[in-house]
Design a protein around this ligand. Structure first.
Ligand SMILES: *[C@@H]1O[C@H](CO)[C@@H](O)[C@H](O)[C@H]1NC(C)=O
Ligand SMILES: *[C@@H]1O[C@H](CO)[C@@H](O)[C@H](O)[C@H]1NC(C)=O
Ligand SMILES: *[C@@H]1O[C@H](CO)[C@@H](O)[C@H](O)[C@H]1NC(C)=O
Ligand SMILES: *[C@@H]1O[C@H](CO)[C@@H](O)[C@H](O)[C@H]1NC(C)=O
Ligand SMILES: *[C@@H]1O[C@H](CO)[C@@H](O)[C@H](O)[C@H]1NC(C)=O
Ligand SMILES: *[C@@H]1O[C@H](CO)[C@@H](O)[C@H](O)[C@H]1NC(C)=O
Ligand SMILES: *[C@@H]1O[C@H](CO)[C@@H](O)[C@H](O)[C@H]1NC(C)=O
Length: 833
């Protein structure tokens, strides 16, 4: 009975809140736990101030198991999904909250007493008032539960933020108490339904160097922040004070810790979590979409987490869940596996025979291609693959071998084995011979034959049916060729032939790899294998035919598509000039593009985007403008690529964004602030890219791991030069000053207008085109506020990812500007005069 509200999910919480309101109205004690007012059952304590947090009993399981904990969660945001930020009795659940009690004990501590009247958790401090009447427990506005003097609220004896669980809230501490020796570390939950301390923890270096480390089993470090230099952690430059957060580091005789706060002008709800995935993750609540978005995470690659997948399991960055059992193995603990706890790994389905077992059949090896070889290899002398295999076979505890000139063998559970896309080594995994043939022994033979015959007949019918169905589908396709506005619907097999089995890779982007292909007529095309599409076929076709209707000389033309079972591919015109980043920042071999061509490239991109935003029927926000997504044809005519794809991969957009390299610095501030994304977000990215076209260099240079200083940020520097009137300094030095200075200044000013913080101050792409064409004068831009701050930490937004769908659901802005209209933003232009 007591558990019913828990499994009720959303409803339960709502009624809980009602209950809380009732409690507040009827009894003034609902925000305090006092000597004669304890908490049990469905009662909750609401934080002081705005009531942003709630304390009470909760159960993290969906399955209705009777494990209850006392915890703190958000009271106003995230109502549909209870996000617990602190847990008292992590390891000691109670089974009956109605009969349990969170109360002040006789010695002045806060204790949790279970249904059998046994204390299972306590604040356990001797600093308290010594008697029950002298202290009260209060939940403060920031989600901090304190035990304090009953009369003087400044006398605090114990605080929950000094004892974090897995979550680090603004104002909280992660550090070391040098007096008590307590390590205030964040420890992951054991699984998504078990708050007991898990295997991963984030803590400050106990050796006294000012850095953060993430540990596996409190003993092995697999990620570090690098030391603090007074401003930043050397390996996490984005974690500095920036325009949203204030990070601070303290170190004195009694403690050293790191804390942070959100600047008051940003009304952000945010939390860092030491996640069960072994990554430290920062989430931010976006009110517009009523969702938590992943803002930042480290280590960047999920598979960099030590032993994430446990023994005999392989980590694959590209698919979720990331851990999978090796061939011939099965989950050792399926129950924890589905709760994201993969540490138990996998176990062998069929035992190895070993050579000396004398059973006749020898163990065999299964080849795994493109893997990062596991840790703890041992070298053995062997001159060939065959000898290496024999060496492994010869020892019963050998589980795998690899031969890459030298012979390596493994004896254990193949720790940290990782599946890579298209490189890496080959690992030969030892399996029982029966895993290869599927042969059964003795008695099953006759049954086997009968089954075999049935299977053969069945297979024949399936083949026939498939053929029939294929015919019908073909007919459906040819009908579609017209409907899809000239798009060709390809068979997967056609594309495989055209691309010679996807052998010639042109590149890989956020949405998938691109391969060179040749059509029957000899036309060269680029075939993009989309990744992470979860859409049904019908929806995919709808989106694709929309993209197919968008045709402009400055947009890459879509020629066809393939939607074959789960496979989704797009076929585009091939652009021999490659992508703009190669032309701009490629090696010396690439010819330097002169100013005149550069200006035409800038203008072309602006026209392409203006068309996307304002002229075509279904207006599209690109969401990912950067040099990598601008292609050039043989005559340096720029073509915007990948438009409309953000919409296609809507479900996985967050993943795509986080994995996109080079996205840093192109994202507009509204991606962070959670305001609606409009076409002006593209304008911002275009502005950032404009600087790079002018200067021929990346706005922010990649920094070496060793470097402690914040990197150089071109736009900040350019702003100063523009102010000094030194326009020529902005030009790519490779051009040796050979440029039209008037055009250069116009382009630079436009860039600054495009990167204004407030999206309404940015011009629309149509206005940009007019400015660049010289029809509209452009005034001196005000310095963007975020620029200085971005300059301090250019990556501060690098790891940001959008909440799924925020791009695709965005509304274009500026669609109403027609050719003769006044520019929208009056401050943009100064009279030509
Ligand atoms: C309370 O703290 C003492 C030492 O300060 C420790 O020995 C004891 O185990 C703690 N009790 C609980 C319930 O944590
Ligand atoms: C609660 O305890 C306080 C003192 O500890 C006392 O003044 C107050 O009357 C008590 N309230 C109730 C409802 O018992
Ligand atoms: C309350 O406690 C604080 C901290 O211990 C102390 O500085 C202050 O004087 C106290 N105030 C009163 C009214 O006792
Ligand atoms: C801390 O110091 C000990 C002893 O010098 C050393 O073994 C250990 O590796 C150090 N830990 C880290 C994280 O540097
Ligand atoms: C973690 O470390 C403890 C000792 O510190 C050890 O007993 C335990 O087996 C380790 N866990 C794993 C999964 O290796
Ligand atoms: C801050 O944001 C929360 C939710 O995101 C909202 O409920 C609250 O009204 C906002 N406060 C202000 C001052 O904007
Ligand atoms: C197999 O290898 C293990 C680990 O190196 C070793 O301890 C063991 O003696 C070997 N067994 C045989 C039969 O060589």
């Amino acid at each position: 009975m007591a558990g019913s509200w828990i499994s009720g999910g959303r409803l339960g919480l709502v009624s809980l809140l009602k209950l809380a309101l009732l409690a507040v109205r009827t009894s003034s004690a609902a925000d305090l736990i006092t000597a004669n007012q304890s908490l049990s059952g469905e009662q909750i304590l609401v934080s002081s101030g705005a009531g942003d947090f709630v304390l009470g009993f909760f159960s993290p399981t969906r399955s209705g198991s009777r494990r209850f904990y006392v915890g703190i969660w958000y009271g106003k945001v995230s109502r549909s999904e209870k996000k617990v930020v602190w847990v008292a009795n992590r390891e000691a659940p109670v089974s009956d909250p109605a009969a349990s009690e969170l109360a002040i004990s006789g010695d002045g501590n806060l204790v949790l007493i279970d249904q059998s009247r046994t204390p299972v958790w306590s604040t356990n401090t001797s600093a308290g008032g010594g008697s029950a009447a002298a202290v009260v427990a209060e939940l403060l506005a920031g989600g901090n539960l304190v035990l304090r003097d009953a009369v003087n609220s400044s006398r605090i004896f114990w605080r929950s933020i000094d004892h974090p669980t897995d979550t680090w809230l603004p104002g909280g501490k992660v550090g070391l108490n040098k007096v008590t020796g307590e390590n205030q570390r964040l420890t992951s939950w054991r699984s998504s339904e078990d708050p007991a301390p898990g295997i991963f923890s984030l803590e400050i270096d106990r050796n006294g160097t000012s850095q953060y480390l993430i540990f596996w089993n409190r003993s092995r470090v697999y990620w570090s922040s690098g030391p603090w230099n007074g401003e930043i952690f050397s390996l996490v430059p984005e974690m500095t004070r920036n325009f949203v957060y204030d990070f601070k580091y303290f170190d004195d005789d009694t403690e050293n810790y790191f804390t942070y706060s959100v600047k008051p002008s940003f009304n952000l709800t945010t939390r860092f979590v030491m996640h069960v995935s072994g990554q430290i993750k920062q989430f931010t609540w976006v009110d517009n979409s009523q969702q938590w978005i992943l803002f930042w995470s480290q280590p960047r690659a999920q598979c960099d987490v030590h032993l994430l997948c446990g023994p005999f399991s392989v980590c694959n960055e590209r698919i979720a869940p990331h851990c999978g059992c090796l061939r011939g193995f099965e989950e050792a603990s399926p129950a924890s596996w589905i709760l994201d706890d993969h540490t138990a790994g996998c176990r062998r389905r069929t035992p190895l025979l070993c050579a000396d077992a004398g059973a006749g059949e020898e163990d065999e090896f299964y080849e795994m291609a493109n893997v990062e070889l596991p840790d703890d290899r041992r070298s053995v002398p062997a001159a060939s693959t065959g000898e290496c295999a024999a060496a492994c076979r010869g020892n019963c505890s050998c589980t795998a071998y690899a031969f890459d000139g030298g012979c390596s063998v493994w004896y254990g559970g193949l720790a940290n084995l990782r599946q890579l896309g298209d490189h890496g080594g080959r690992l030969f995994l030892r399996l029982a011979a029966s895993e290869f043939t599927g042969s059964k022994s003795g008695e099953g033979k006759i049954v086997g034959a009968a089954v075999g015959a049935a299977v053969a007949v069945g297979a024949l019918m399936v083949t026939l049916l498939a053929l029939l169905w294929r015919r019908r589908r073909r007919r459906r396709f040819s009908a579609l060729r017209v409907a899809d506005g000239g798009l060709v619907a390809f068979w997967y097999g056609d594309l495989r032939r055209m691309t010679k089995n996807f052998s010639e890779k042109l590149g890989g982007g956020g949405f998938g790899s691109v391969f060179l292909g040749t059509m029957a007529e000899g036309n060269v095309v680029a075939v993009k294998k989309l990744e992470g599409i979860r859409q049904g076929e019908k929806q995919f076709r709808t989106e694709v035919s929309t993209i197919g209707t968008i045709q402009h000389v400055n947009l890459v033309r879509l020629r066809g598509f393939c939607s074959d079972r789960s496979r989704r591919l797009l076929v585009y015109d091939y652009m021999p000039g490659g992508s703009l980043d190669h032309t701009l920042f490629g090696d010396q071999a690439a010819p330097t593009v002169g100013w005149k061509t550069r200006y035409q490239i800038i203008l072309g991109i602006a026209r392409g985007l203006a068309y996307l935003h304002e002229s075509c029927r279904d207006c599209i926000i690109h969401c990912d403008i950067k040099p990598e997504n601008i292609l050039l044809d043989g005559e340096f005519v720029p073509k915007v690529a990948d438009f409309g794809l953000a919409k296609l991969v809507r479900r996985d957009f967050s993943r795509v964004l986080t994995t996109m390299r080079g996205t840093r610095g192109y994202l507009a501030p509204e991606w962070i602030s959670g305001e609606p994304i409009t076409a002006k977000a593209d304008v911002y990215s275009f502005g950032m890219m404009l600087f790079e076209i002018i200067s021929g260099r990346r706005n922010s240079e990649e920094k070496g791991e060793e470097e402690n200083q914040a990197g150089f940020f071109f736009p900040s520097w350019a702003l100063r030069k523009l102010g000094e009137g030194d326009i020529a300094a902005l030009l790519d030095p490779k051009l040796k000053g050979d440029a039209n200075l008037e055009e250069l200044e116009r382009a630079a000013r436009t860039a600054f207008w495009c990167i204004q913080d407030d999206d309404s101050s940015r011009p629309s792409m149509t206005q940009v085109v007019k400015i660049l064409e010289g029809f509209v004068e452009v005034g001196m831009p005000p310095p963007p506020r975020s620029l200085r701050l971005l300059g301090e930490a250019p990556e501060s937004i690098a790891f940001f990812s959008s909440k799924p769908g925020s791009c695709s659901s965005a509304v274009p802005d500026g669609g109403g500007v027609s050719a003769g209209a006044q520019p929208k933003s009056a401050s943009l232009t100064t009279p030509a005069d």
